[in-house]
Design a protein around this ligand. Structure first.
Ligand code: S3P
Length: 164
């Protein structure tokens, strides 16, 4: 089975667009963050708190590689493309980068986000920092880039399908 991998910062719309795109294409959908929570039997903040980020990244790498191998439409966690092994695999598959400004991402995530440990209490400033660090990492493997700031989820799906 072929695979389409959605990457981008937290708040870029991966978890919203992924299921819509999968439905339009008649493919399976996997959200790797949700998959990690399922196999671990606890949520991501708890994994970070109890076992730390290096442990989370190890599980994330394993589940990301397995999901891409399985195929369909796969939404990655925002930090997954930074992993060297994941990066190598992304170079060989269809990658859609959902690009977003820090302002829009912060509005979507919400100021009181508690599900993303890396954002802490300072959602906007942390997103500015993350995006500065990661822009090139998202851009490098991207087959398609969609700027999502002014698009609805359905419009993002139509834009992706038009470019596939
Ligand atoms: C992270 C993003 C989160 C989640 C974890 C770490 C990151 O996923 O994997 O909190 O490093 O950017 P989303 O991009 O779906 O928010």
């Amino acid at each position: 089975m072929s695979v389409i991998v959605l990457i981008g910062a937290p708040g870029s719309g991966k978890s919203t667009v992924g299921p819509l795109l999968a439905e339009r294409l008649g493919e399976e959908f996997v959200d790797v963050d949700a998959r990690i929570e399922q196999v671990e039997g606890r949520d991501i903040p708890e994994i970070f708190l109890v076992d730390g980020e290096p442990y989370f990244r190890q599980v994330e790498r394993r589940e990301t590689l397995a999901a891409i191998e399985h195929g369909g439409v796969v939404s990655l966690g925002g930090g997954a493309p930074l992993d060297v092994e994941v990066g190598k695999v992304l170079d060989q598959v269809c990658v859609v980068w959902l690009d977003v400004s820090a302002r829009t991402a912060a509005d979507r995530v919400g100021l009181k986000d508690t599900g993303r440990p890396l954002l802490g209490g300072q959602v906007h400033s942390q997103l500015v920092r993350l995006m500065k660090e990661r822009r090139a990492v998202y851009a490098r493997p991207a087959t398609i880039r969609v700027s999502t700031d002014r698009l609805t989820p359905d419009e993002v799906v139509e834009t992706i399908i038009a470019e596939l």
